[in-house]
Ligand binder design. Structure first.
Ligand code: BGC
Length: 766
């Protein structure tokens, strides 16, 4: 008993002294093996996933499952020096943990928040901060230290399978929104992992692909969002990506992780790999990829051997360990935080519902098809009306307690429903689901159920309804990209359904509204003229049906605007040529089997900086719905654009007044685009450099919005000298309701060229 008490006291003393010790001092007290143990995670052992032999196991198999079942990984405990390992779990649409635990009836559900593509369409950093706070509460109260998100890769091509986890095609918007969610989450005393750093823009061969991009495109488009999020959000950790960048795995790129991240940007946190990313632990340590996740015995042994043989300087390892410790020391696990396993799930329902309605985008609303008066009877068509998608699959999935169905949401809002149509769909979907294979991987999207043929529906009876809603859904996730046919483009059955419903309902003077319950852009040009309204609801999280009904009923006036262009056809996409890269001969790259399946491949980002609207502008291609577009149930007038000075000094402040000129209250997102003079460098026609969302403006009410342009906002990246430079000349501030609806503009002059920042000349295209 005495001995036990003594050892407890010793442990307390060690822990207490470790807490006041600097990370450097802790490192100095660790053996080399302990350091190697800390830089390699504790392995992965997840339900439903069979790992290839070289990946399975870890220094301690299954510890992740012992601490927080369903978390993606843990770092090692080293009790001798008072180190308690951290638990990390996905991200980014909420905390991904398992709801069930052995021998327990209690459920450990987490909240499914709206997907990031929706959150970005709110253009509302304050709202996103609130979402972050709610997520952070769940992370902390479920015993997790770091959530693996937000994810901020650029929406380069609409077929990217994980675009739903990312924010936008524009780095400025993505960076600002990510910084806001990071601040919100971390305000709860837990960390984030900003991922996937960098240029991981699609899934095909993602673990081995070499992305070839110009230094300018890397800096201006692909790193810019990370730079903003890192400087303004200060994430505890960054996750390197799977791909190679100009010939080197990002997790093994000292240029990326040390010269850019720590050198140019002064980042202070630590970097972890994506799960099983890269192929050389020694290079990872040297590059500044401090933690290898989820971690294998082999990686640990490789590092120990490399230090012993002099191939890895122990000082390098010391730096990696010190960076990890700096973060560990502020983590809840280190402090021995007694988490409750009772996050505020009920309060978060309202956060989800509110955020979801703010990020839905009204694409079309002819003759005031929406809102629909309470009490009206709706005929709901489309498989997804009875199977709403709250979020995507893979690591970005969340195990939520429920998803409010569209039907439930409509009923809650006081609408009537056509029961005949409802019954037909419910019966059909049950039969089809019963036919599906039982043991599916929880990581992959469910098999697609063909649209119930219109011929099997009693269309005449359906006409007893006042209005038709056709829901089109999509679900995608990790490992696979989307396809053009039957995914980006509607299936023949979906087109037939929209056509048949429209013909019938229009013949009776009744309206038809399409709901897009999707994770990424859709082709709309070929069918949008058939319908009266289109509401892009995205995958709106667990309150899906209620949030959709809030918009349909007019309880909430839609105010979301597109954070990514919807093109007329795939061929118009700036990044369509060469997508998703070509497979190449296997020389040094590793080929991965199993669920990671990847072959050596490469892709060149031929469009350079002309991604998204920058590309559509350059080629003068009219999109179906442009970047920044979104309708409201009211109208707004913009007036009185003023610049603080006609000449750029330290900065320029622009002010503009937005007035609600319609009949209902609403919010407007005003956007500031800047057109820079073209001198030495080629420039996009315009680029987003500011945005602001008004408060809820009553009819007739106005608000003055302010935007500040700093020197870096005027800059382009000159890769001949590796500088951020603002070329002298005339700049035009363009204030718009979208990227193609510029309402006011004013010029200012920059008297002479300004070199604003010189950065490391790295990441050259090879
Ligand atoms: C994904 C990451 C995720 C990790 C852990 C990987 O497959 O790319 O985004 O955080 O798994 O689940």
């Amino acid at each position: 008993m005495k001995a036990k008490l003594l050892s407890v006291l010793c442990l307390v003393a060690v822990t207490a002294s470790a807490q006041i010790k600097t990370s450097k001092a802790i490192v100095a007290s660790m053996t080399m093996e302990e350091k190697a143990r800390l830089v390699v995670g504790m392995g992965m052992n997840m339900q439903g996933i069979t790992l290839p032999a070289e990946m399975s196991g870890g220094p301690v198999v299954g510890q992740t499952q012992t601490r927080v079942p369903g978390a993606a990984g843990t770092t090692a405990d080293i009790p001798r020096v008072g180190i308690k390992g951290m638990v990390v779990a996905d991200g980014p649409a909420g905390l991904r943990i398992m709801p069930d635990r052995p021998n327990e009836t209690k459920k450990y559900f987490a909240t499914a928040f709206p997907i990031s593509s929706l959150l970005a369409c709110t253009w509302d950093t304050q709202l996103i901060d609130k979402v972050g706070k709610a997520m952070g509460n769940e992370v902390k109260e479920y015993g997790v230290d770091v959530i693996l998100g937000p994810a901020i890769n650029i929406h380069r091509n609409p077929l990217g399978g994980r675009n739903f986890e990312y924010m936008s095609e524009d780095p400025y918007l993505a960076g600002k929104m990510s910084a806001a969610i990071i601040r919100g989450i971390q305000s709860q005393g837990v960390g984030t992992s900003l991922k996937h750093f960098a240029l991981n823009n699609h899934e095909t061969n993602r673990n081995t692909i070499n992305v070839k991009a110009s230094q300018r495109a890397i800096r201006e488009i692909y790193l810019k969002g990370f730079e903003i999020a890192i400087k303004e959000g200060k994430p505890w950790t960054v996750m390197s990506s799977y791909n190679k960048l100009n010939g080197t795995y990002t997790s093994q790129s000292r240029e990326l992780l040390t010269d850019v991240l720590r050198g140019d940007w002064k980042y202070k946190g630590f970097v972890m790999t994506d799960w099983f990313g890269g192929d050389n632990p020694i290079e990872q340590m040297k590059a500044g990829n401090d933690l290898i996740m989820p971690g294998t015995i082999k990686q640990y042994e490789t590092i120990v051997k490399a230090v012993k043989e002099g191939k890895l300087d122990e000082k390098v390892l010391d730096t990696n360990v010190e960076r990890i410790l700096d973060i560990m020391k502020i983590s809840p696990s280190y402090a021995g935080y007694k988490y409750s396993n009772k996050p505020n799930l009920v309060a978060h329902q309202a956060v989800v519902r509110n955020a979801a309605t703010e990020g839905m985008v009204l694409l079309k609303n002819d003759n005031v098809a929406l809102p629909v008066a309470k009490g009206k009877k709706i005929a709901a068509f489309g498989n997804f009306a009875y199977n709403l998608v709250s979020g995507g699959t893979g690591s970005g999935d969340v195990n939520e307690a429920y998803t409010i169905s569209l039907i439930q949401g409509l009923e809650n809002a006081g609408f009537g429903l056509n029961k005949n149509i409802q019954n037909a769909y419910e019966k059909y979907l049950k039969e089809e689901k019963d036919k599906q294979p039982k043991n599916r991987s929880p990581f992959m999207p469910p098999p697609v159920i063909n649209e119930l043929p219109v011929t099997q529906l009693d269309m005449n009876e359906a006409l007893t309804a006042d209005l038709a809603i056709v829901t089109i859904g999509r679900i995608s996730g990790e490992f696979i990209d989307r396809k053009v046919e039957n995914d980006l483009n509607l299936t023949d059955a979906e087109k037939a359904l929209i056509a048949a419903v429209s013909e019938k309902f229009h013949a009776q003077g009744k309206k038809v509204v399409v709901i897009l319950n999707v994770g990424g852009p859709m082709e709309t040009a070929s069918w949008k003229s058939l319908v009266d309204g289109i509401l892009l609801t995205w995958q709106p999280g667990q309150e899906a049906g209620n949030a959709i009904a809030d918009i349909l009923s007019g309880k909430v006036n839609p105010s979301g605007k597109l954070a990514t262009t919807f093109s007329v056809k795939y061929e118009d996409e700036p990044a369509a040529p060469g997508f998703p890269g070509k497979e190449i001969e296997d020389k040094t790259g590793h080929t991965l089997g199993g669920f990671m399946r990847s072959k050596p491949a490469e892709i060149e980002y031929l469009e350079g900086i002309y991604v998204g609207y920058r590309g559509f502008d350059k080629k003068n291609i009219v999109p179906a719905y442009e970047f920044g577009y979104g309708l409201s149930y009211t109208t707004f007038q913009y007036s009185g654009l003023k610049l603080s000075s006609p000449t750029f000094g330290k900065n320029i402040v622009a002010t503009v007044t937005v007035k609600n000129t319609g009949k209902v209250a609403g919010k407007e997102i005003a956007q500031l685009y800047l057109s820079a003079p073209v001198a030495q460098l080629d420039k996009p026609e315009k680029e987003l450099k500011g945005f602001a969302k008004t408060k809820l403006l009553a009819p007739g009410e106005s608000q003055t919005l302010t935007f500040t342009l700093e020197p870096r906002d005027l800059c382009s990246f000159d890769d001949t000298t590796s500088v951020w430079v603002a070329e002298g000349g005339k700049y035009t501030v363009k204030i718009g309701a979208s990227s193609r609806n510029i309402l006011l503009q004013k010029d200012f002059t920059l008297p002479k060229t300004l070199v604003v920042e010189k950065v490391n000349n790295v990441l050259k295209m090879k």
